[in-house]
Design a protein. Sequence first.
Length: 188
Amino acid sequence: MKRLTIIALGILLSSCHKRTQATVAVPEPLPPPPAEVVHVVVPVAAPVPVPLDVPASLPVPPGAGLFEQAELAFALGDYEAAIQDYENYLLSVPNGDRTDQVLFHVGMAYVLRTKPPANWIRATASLRRLVNEHPDSPLRPEATLILSLRSRADQLAKDAKATSEIVLELNMELERLKKIDADRRKRP
């Protein structure tokens, strides 16, 4: 309390000392009349040191460097490095406040990479983990949509393959029937 009283007294006394005057030039208005000079009294108080018990630097959250490094690699299109840094982040901070972002970007990096080719199995695993473990994440709707679209694409690919196999079987049957018909026409 005594310290606070001394600081308050210092502030009060510093505001009571003789104020200095400064001269300020007013910018010219649009029609060019002569510039006027206005004297303005600006109160200047001497700074009063206030002791605070604040550390010189705040502690860096764990994994912050890995996250920033991964984000930079992702932004630059270096998806292999991004995947590695994101996965290292997940190992060092498994329940961090950015885990949902990391899982989303890992999923996207696995899909966007070209060498080696996209890995939908790992991308899907990462996005499913995001959906299951972070139901309140703002990235959940996007992850759910991507998973849904991928599932539909996989189903369409299976359907197309099955249809292709049926068409192949029908073509083989048609050729067999054509041969039988040609053989019948040759008989007297």
